[in-house]
Design a protein around this ligand. Structure first.
Ligand SMILES: Nc1nc2c(c(=O)[nH]1)N[C@H]1C(S)=C(S)[C@@H](COP(=O)(O)O)O[C@H]1N2
Ligand SMILES: [Mo]
Length: 192
């Protein structure tokens, strides 16, 4: 249980705790079996390639237990994810020295942008498990990104490509008024 002292430090401003993980999407849940899923590495990199499921599952797996904060004001504590660290994927891509930004692309047409250095943190995953089971279709399986320290819209479900850029390219919600940085403890919900 989380006591009130801990709650004060772990619950960002304007958030309330929930017990389960709500499902949010654009109304499309693209069904991609792991047999046909690939992750494209593209853009300003030395090693463009597609990683298929078999090769993805050969990469080292790690577990991350993280609090998830959605801009719609819910927070779920201690969500258990497992998958491949984003920095492993980035190492395979070998971005050119001038690369500063990435865009994550998803099978439903969704995109979201992040600075490259954010993705180098240890807690960023290309996750294939949620709470000990394969990530379900509704939560973005077979593989979804998890960026715990940003509002959850930065965590692309059904991820199929990562594009590396020299300049920032705002994604689906970022061009619709959401904050570019999306840090929950700074309450960066919307751009001004
Ligand atoms: N591909 C894709 N990823 C997405 C979205 C989406 O619509 N499409 N919605 C985002 C938003 S706004 C949230 S809050 C979380 C919801 O993830 P969940 O359904 O697993 O809780 O996914 C994010 N990633
Ligand atoms: Mo969201």
């Amino acid at each position: 249980m989380i006591d009130s002292n801990e709650l004060a430090t772990r619950l960002p401003p304007g958030q309330r705790p929930v017990e389960n993980l709500p499902v949010l999407d654009l109304g499309i849940q693209p069904k991609i079996s792991s047999e046909v899923w690939t992750l494209q590495l593209a853009g300003e990199i030395d090693a463009p390639q597609a990683i298929d499921w078999q090769n993805f599952m050969k990469l080292p797996q790690r577990e991350v237990i993280a609090d998830i904060h959605c801009v719609t004001h819910w927070t779920r504590f201690d969500v258990r994810w497992q998958g491949v660290a984003a920095k492993e994927i980035i190492a395979l891509a070998r971005p050119k020295a001038e690369v500063k930004f990435v865009v994550l692309h998803s099978a439903d047409g969704y995109t979201t942008n992040l600075p490259l250095d954010v993705l180098l943190d240890d807690d960023i995953l290309f996750a294939n498990q949620l709470d000990g089971e394969a990530v379900s279709l509704e939560h973005g399986g077979p593989v979804r990104v998890v960026v715990p320290k940003r509002y959850f819209w930065k965590s692309a479900k059904w991820v199929t490509a990562i594009h590396f850029h020299l300049t920032d390219q705002p994604g689906y919600w970022e061009v619709r008024g959401y904050h570019n940085d999306a840090e929950p403890f700074k309450e960066q919900r919307y751009a001004r």
